[in-house]
Design a protein around this ligand. Structure first.
Ligand code: AN7
Length: 346
């Protein structure tokens, strides 16, 4: 059905907004009792990796591209750590628009680049990080030839807020805590917008606490200001100068909660734990909130019995290199029953 039709009454659509869709939204809220019980909480995973291009970006991109079409645009542009570019490329392809994507050279997961290539985007890799790429596309979009579809485009957050609606629809109210990775800080701001609006129309009795998790090497919200050279294995959130700084800070101040940093090792361990103990393969950045919950639990600062939703923003298949690095070399044996038996014997 897609989020534009599903949540039409809650979105700023006009009769001229085309109701395009690639089938985004309606992602599963997966109960994770094995991890939850270890943490003393009721844990759910909002698995956004099930979206058409494998990340939450599709919710906002469908809205941004629909509005670009409504406005008569013929080309979109974005900077990206990978997922935004994959999503922009796909929706532009479906809509018959040009897509130009600017990415940090050498720091985009292979699957995401492959998507942008296959959807036919014009890809430019720059010798700099995401923040530098975003500064360039902001300039590029100024003369109106290109519609900027990074989350500084307000239609992105408008579409992304539908994830909060889905969480609330599934649980019957807001959770006690929403735990979410934070990079450019659009998504945490979009969830806040969604929960706020649902509360205003009487669908929620309460608002959740917002816990935003950043990689330790790219944690401007935790450090209190921009990070010049962000570094993390979670390339999706390798961002030092978040565009939605004010919105995210205001949301956390309003809802309660806070920002926390998690190390790369903890992120990779959590990624494996989510896969092995919940059956969900999310990308490294998406494991940050689970790594963070484990950290808070270890510090004794996670309330027992809390209903917690962790947003798993992207699909693990996008970054096969990260997974295989964790696995190490595969065992290879002769193609004989005895050799296989021996290989699997305790
Ligand atoms: C899997 O694609 O910024 O805090 O250019 O891909 O809203 O930025 C991706 C961000 C979390 C952070 N998880 O969300 C991009 C890009 C995944 C992501 C984030 C991203 P925001």
């Amino acid at each position: 059905m897609g989020v534009l039709s599903q949540y039409a009454e809650h979105l700023a659509l006009t009769e001229r907004t085309p109701r395009i869709t690639l089938g985004e939204g309606a992602t599963p809220l997966v109960a994770a009792p094995r991890i939850g019980s270890a943490l003393g909480i009721e844990l759910y995973l909002k698995f956004e990796g099930q979206n058409p291009t494998g990340s939450f970006k599709d919710r906002g991109m469908v809205m941004a591209v629909a509005k670009a079409l409504e406005d008569g645009s013929s080309a979109i542009v974005c900077a990206s750590t990978g997922n935004t570019s994959a999503s922009a490329a796909a929706y532009a392809a479906a809509a018959g628009l040009r897509a130009v994507v600017v990415v940090p050279a050498g720091h985009v997961a292979l699957g995401k680049l492959a998507q942008a290539v296959m959807y036919g985007a014009e890809i430019v890799a720059v010798e700099g990080n995401f923040d530098a790429a975003l500064a360039i596309v902001r300039e590029l979009a100024k003369d109106g030839e290109y519609t900027l579809v990074n989350s500084v485009n307000p239609w992105r957050l408008e579409g992304q807020k539908t994830a909060a609606f889905e969480v609330a629809d599934a649980l019957g109210d807001a959770p006690d805590i929403l735990a979410i990775p934070v990079g450019n800080a659009g998504n945490i701001s979009a969830y806040a917008k969604g929960f706020r609006e649902y509360r205003a129309c009487g669908r929620l009795a309460r608002l959740p606490q917002l816990l935003g998790f950043q990689a330790a090497g790219a944690a401007p919200f935790v450090q209190g200001g921009p990070v010049a050279s962000p570094e993390t294995v979670a390339t999706a959130i390798r961002i030092g100068r978040p565009a939605s700084w004010d919105l995210a800070r205001a949301a956390v101040a309003e809802f309660g909660g806070g920002f926390h940093a998690v190390g790369d090792d903890a992120i990779l361990a959590a990624q494996q734990r989510i896969a092995r103990d919940a059956g969900v393969f999310a990308e490294p950045a998406s494991a940050a909130p689970v790594a963070g919950l484990l950290q808070l639990h270890a510090a004794g600062s996670l309330r027992r019995g809390a209903v917690v939703v962790a947003v798993l923003t992207g699909n693990g298949l996008k970054d096969p290199d990260a997974a295989m690095r964790a696995a190490g070399a595969l065992r290879t044996v002769p193609a004989q029953l005895a050799a296989v038996r021996e290989a699997i014997a305790g």
